[in-house]
Design a binder for this molecule. Structure first.
Ligand code: ADE
Ligand code: ZN
Length: 333
């Protein structure tokens, strides 16, 4: 089997995708028109032409502007359903989806509108297509600790729909330590914890995510390689890193995919996974990330198989479900 056939055929989990980052220009246009919201673009090509990012902040500015057309439960449903349809195409059989409540509540959209739209699309995809999912709500780290506490309070009535909390948005200058107390409270309530760290920020932020936020996974974490002791700790803990190759390329975390450290980390024994982050903005869903990475880093079929197994290993499904996916992967040749 060629690389691309194997990638297309293997079941996989996605563990790092922001639902607001799956907002394709076509749907953005349709929802903007439906809601009679003005956007500063005259057509879909115009939107795509604006996607020339050079770092995280230049991306985030456009990403938050795009999300501003989402107003009603139906909008969140349509957005999530479109992403889950892409999962079906890419053989993503399980997905753990981030959403950013504050991006919406700050604009006056109710928490319940957001969660109900996303959750209903997830339940429909489970029933119609057999795709399982979990939801993780992220605190925006450029906002205050107080705003994060308020968001946690708003989430409590919907705890049954949300498995964990995360931390995203502008990394540098907003260390995990800023959110130590709100993560402690979230964990007391039974939420699992993950955090973006070591994307643009230094290895110190990865240490803080582990030691202060007590995360179960690190999102990105690629800059951990700059610190040997940290690498050894990630290997010893088998702490998952949810890596996003095309995102790293588009946001200039790496200059070329051939310079990406994912393969090196995999070979050293780090539990790395491949994910799409914000696929509508970065030029590819999960399989495209696999395809371009396999080409740039000369990955073997065994590497690809291992990365797909890692995606389930690092997920929040049960051990029995994990074992069943490993067996499915072993059966495919
Ligand atoms: N929000 C959406 N994508 C993000 C990323 N790659 N880093 C931080 N915050 C984000
Ligand atoms: Zn991300």
């Amino acid at each position: 089997m060629t690389h691309n056939e194997l990638i297309a055929t293997l079941p996989k989990a996605e563990l790092h995708v922001h639902i607001e980052g799956t907002f394709e220009p076509e749907l953005m246009f349709e929802i903007a028109r439906r809601n009679q919201v003005d956007i500063p673009y005259t057509n879909v090509d115009d939107i795509r032409a604006a996607y020339n990012f050079h770092n995280l902040q230049s991306f985030l500015d456009i990403y938050y502007a795009g999300a501003a057309v989402l107003l009603h439960e139906r909008d969140f449903y349509d957005l999530t359903r479109a992403y889950l349809l892409r999962c079906r195409k890419d053989n993503v059989t399980h997905t753990e989806i981030f959403f950013d409540p504050q991006t919406h509540t700050e604009r006056g959209v109710a928490f319940e509108t957001v969660i109900n739209g996303i959750d209903r699309a997830c339940r429909d995809a489970a029933q119609e297509w057999g795709i399982s999912s979990r939801l993780i709500m992220c605190f925006l780290r450029h906002l205050s600790e107080e705003s994060a506490f308020e968001t946690l309070d708003r989430a409590l009535p919907f705890h049954d729909k949300i498995i964990g909390v995360g931390l995203d948005s502008s990394e540098v200058g907003h260390p995990p330590s800023k959110f130590e107390r709100v993560f402690a409270k979230a964990r007391e309530h039974g939420f699992l914890a993950v955090a973006h760290a070591g994307e643009e920020g230094p290895p110190q932020y990865v240490y803080e995510a582990l030691d202060l936020l007590k995360v179960a996974r690190i999102d990105h974490g690629v800059r951990s390689e700059e610190d040997d002791a940290l690498m050894q700790r990630l290997i010893d803990l088998q702490m998952p890193l949810t890596v996003c190759p095309l995102s790293n390329l588009k946001l200039s975390v790496v200059n070329h995919l051939s310079a990406h450290n994912l393969h090196r980390m995999l070979q050293r024994g780090v539990l790395v996974t491949v994910n799409s982050d914000d696929p509508a903005y970065f030029g590819g869903y999960v399989n495209q990330n696999f395809i371009e990475l396999a080409e740039a880093l000369d990955l073997s079929n065994e590497d690809i198989r291992m990365l797909c197994k890692n995606s389930f290993k690092a997920s929040f499904i049960s051990d029995a479900e994990k074992e069943a996916w490993y067996r499915r992967i072993d059966e495919i040749h």
